[in-house]
Design a protein around this ligand. Structure first.
Ligand code: AMP
Ligand code: MG
Length: 519
């Protein structure tokens, strides 16, 4: 394996835990604890992302070595690695939850990659840390595979995200009670190596504010500004204000993208919110099949539906308000924080509008077009229409004679189609009339739409089928899915089956429509 160049600023510049003790405890006055991955029995590379390896300067030869499996399964460290678990807190489901921290994530170090870009390498499922509480520090194959697939798919969809380098089987089993119903079973374990410029979360700041540890809070803010936001300049007060504004803006863009592609995070707790505005911590996430703004994939959230699809933009703002609250002691005047939260709403609405316009293939989408979009989304929800299939098919609409025929694939329910058919037909005519007043040629419109409406997304059932096969030792479905998701906007006729709507069997099946936090 070609050597990596490590520059571990997080551990070298921020206060660490004096204890080298992986037992669960409260860690105070420290941003991190030193902890080594716990070795596993038989690490085996199940999959890797060549694009991510390339960011580090590695190719297939580096990856296909026993050393790679050993390092990314957690059995060996490379020279320069300084493994640690970060201390953070968070608001879970709206309540302050105190110290959480990396309970099973272990950062190995920060690599300076090919263009000098910083990439932190982090193993998830590599064993217990002081933040593991009562849990085992491990991850099961199904959840690790889900994180691996979705982070790379998101990247190729153009959605900000942490990346994934590798998926390594541990050769050990992990006991999990998938639905917390007393039916624990042993499952195969696996470790993902995720990769991002920074894994700092809102919760990293919140924990020090909650403990009134302003010295550490200040150090962490200064560090984050210096390492992760070097482009922001000015004296400290205005720099911090600009920073919060920037975090709000990134978060707004992230949420607009999630809504564009139909991604439901499932656990938008403040400890799962990246300071860089990346999608982070893939747990019981899900993808929208039939458009339903009330849908949540997370069974743990089935009752309150706090993290339902349509509510995500508001939750993100609520989370930013928690961050603002944590940062308050560092601001003499709270107006920059209030301005940031307002900025979030402005940017989100602008971005959402721009993306909705692009999804509809309109050159100019403004105030007057909002009812057109709103009515469509309402109809799609009522008539149970597949989000992804609908918008790809809509690009093929015949403007002179708009009709539902080319959209037939997008319907889940014949009865509902019959019931809402006339309203949908009327909508299509209204839409076609609006398109005729727009400046785009049919060809330009189709191109624009197909750049914003993916043909392929990692639908829950597709990932579940890849999991079923992987659990039998067959990685071919995963490989194929990953390959197709590299170009999610391209027509790939040989992969039409991977663009199909959710089959009936997947409607209520665990892993396809219902997931829990147990992973
Ligand atoms: P999550 O809901 O996945 O964001 O996790 C919330 C907290 O629980 C974080 O501190 C995680 O590190 C921790 N956690 C989740 N699963 C495990 C596990 N199997 N072992 C140890 N800690 C865990
Ligand atoms: Mg988390």
């Amino acid at each position: 394996m070609k050597p990596l160049h490590f520059d571990n600023r997080f551990v070298n510049e921020l206060p660490g835990d004096a204890l080298h003790d992986p037992r669960p405890r409260q860690v105070v006055g420290a941003c991190w604890s030193p902890v080594k991955p716990t070795p596993v029995q038989a690490p085996q590379v199940l999959a890797y992302a060549p694009e991510v390896a390339a960011l580090l300067g590695w190719d297939a030869e580096d990856v296909q070595t026993p050393e790679f499996a050993a390092v990314f399964g957690g059995n060996r460290l490379l020279p320069g690695m300084q493994p640690y678990a970060a201390c953070y807190g968070g608001h879970q489901f709206g309540q302050w939850a105190g110290q959480l921290g990396d309970g099973r994530a272990i950062s190995l170090g920060e690599v300076l990659g090919v263009d000098g870009q910083r990439w932190e390498l982090q193993l998830k499922g590599a064993g217990r840390t002081p933040y593991a509480r009562h849990a085992d520090g491990r991850a099961v194959l199904r959840s690790s595979l889900r994180e691996f697939v979705c982070s790379e798919a998101m990247h190729h969809l153009g959605v900000p995200t942490t990346r994934a380098l590798s998926l390594v089987a541990t050769g050990e089993t992990v006991l999990r009670d998938m639905f917390y119903d007393g039916n624990a079973r042993p499952e195969p374990g696996a470790v993902v190596c995720r990769v991002a410029p920074s894994f700092i979360r809102f919760g990293n700041f919140e924990i020090f504010a909650a403990r009134n540890d302003l010295a550490t809070l200040t150090k962490l803010v200064d560090f984050t500004l210096a390492r992760d936001f070097p482009e922001l300049e000015g004296e400290p007060t205005s720099r911090r204000a600009a920073w919060f504004m920037n975090v709000c803006e990134r978060t707004a863009l992230l949420l607009a993208h999630w809504m564009r592609v139909g991604f439901v995070h499932g656990v938008m707790n403040t400890d799962n919110m990246s300071i860089l505005g990346l999608t982070i911590d893939y747990g019981p996430y899900g993808w929208i099949d039939n458009l339903d703004f009330n849908w949540t994939p997370n069974t743990t959230d089935a009752e309150g539906r706090r993290y339902r699809f349509g509510y995500q933009p508001q939750i993100a703002q609520w989370n930013l308000a928690c961050l603002a609250h944590a940062l308050m002691p560092l601001f003499e005047d709270t107006s920059p924080l209030e301005a940031g939260l307002e900025h979030y709403a402005t940017v989100y609405h602008e971005a959402n509008r721009a993306m909705t316009g692009a999804k509809l293939g309109l050159m100019h989408f403004d105030e007057r077009d909002l009812p057109l979009a709103r009515d469509l989304f309402a109809l799609m929800q009522q008539a149970e229409i597949d989000l992804t299939i609908w918008f790809r098919a809509l690009a093929e609409l015949e403007l002179e004679a708009p009709n539902l025929e080319p959209l037939a694939e997008a319907f889940y329910n014949e009865e509902k189609l019959a019931q809402h058919g006339p309203a949908l037909q009327a909508w299509l005519e209204r839409y076609a009339a609006r398109l005729r007043t727009d400046d785009l040629s049919p060809e330009q419109r189709r191109t624009r739409m197909n750049q914003h409406n993916p043909r392929f997304v990692p639908r829950n059932y597709l990932t579940q089928m890849a999991i079923d096969r992987a659990e039998q030792g067959d990685m071919s479905a995963l490989q194929r899915l990953m390959q197709v998701l590299r170009q999610p906007y391209a027509e790939q006729p040989e992969a039409n089956d991977l663009a199909a709507r959710r089959p009936d069997w997947a409607r209520e099946r665990a892993g396809c429509s219902m997931l829990s936090c147990s992973s």
